[in-house]
Design a protein around this ligand. Sequence first.
Ligand SMILES: [Mn+2]
Length: 319
Amino acid sequence: MECNLDNIIKSSKKILLLSHVNPDGDTLGSMCALYSMIYKRFKIKPDMSIVSNVPFNYKFLPNINLAQRYFDSSLVYDLVITLDVAAIDRVRESKIFFDKAKVTVNFDHHKTNPLYGDYNIVESDASSCGEVLFYYFQKYNWEITNDAAICLYAAIMTDTGNFRFENTTSAALKAASQLVEYGAKPSVIYKNCYETKSKNLVMFQNYCVNKAEFLYDNKVVYTTVYKKDLEKFSAGDDATDGIAETLRAIDTTEISFVVKEVDSKTTKVSMRSKNVDVAKICEMFDGGGHTYAAGCTIKSSVKDAIDKLLREINFEYKK
Ligand SMILES: [Mn+2]
């Protein structure tokens, strides 16, 4: 169904933008970009919802300081828009606002997105939600603001691993190039996103890499992160971001993953690969994501979760 946000927004008074739990540059950049665009075009200030702390390196995003946690479940929005939210439970407690909204719009690029919105602008070929938004604005002739250019550039840059991953397409680079024309400064955004790691974070990540386990002639590599490790380094929930990529960068690696203890019965998994479809593996555990970058949450202890994952991965190497 064609989705013309112009008409939908004109008939909405209260608007809420939703980002996903453990936010990355794509969900936060897309949310702040849309905030800026809606404000410029309609003079409406949407609310912006976060359900986790904003990672230190994304605090530079224009307007991110306006994002907050909304606990008042009596609030009813005319319009709720999700950004980069692969499955609606990823907005956690804010789902109540989505459920009660008069109209919902789902902007995303995850191929496993089940199209849960009234309107779904989901482009699985796009590098990022930021890219989906950029081409959407172009299609409907929304003039890109300077703030939105910064946010969308940050979204595309971080989701493509600074324009290195498989999803770095011509369309992604074209969007980035045009965003620079609209005022995004690549070197400044790069420094904010990648060169603002604390000492604790670098030491923690090295510790995790150091204790990695290698299997199948180093084709499979994983590391286990316990709650006590996070506490020891006072590392935040997002401290494991990038570790799976570091392990994938080893020349022999085909599949890499990070197994993180949430509690004694819950384990979070983040999986990367060079060629194997890891979204398929994660879907076995009700997770999902992209072909070479996916994740899931397994309702078991860390040890059992590793056993279950290796059983699935085993299939790939028994052929
Ligand atoms: Mn994304």
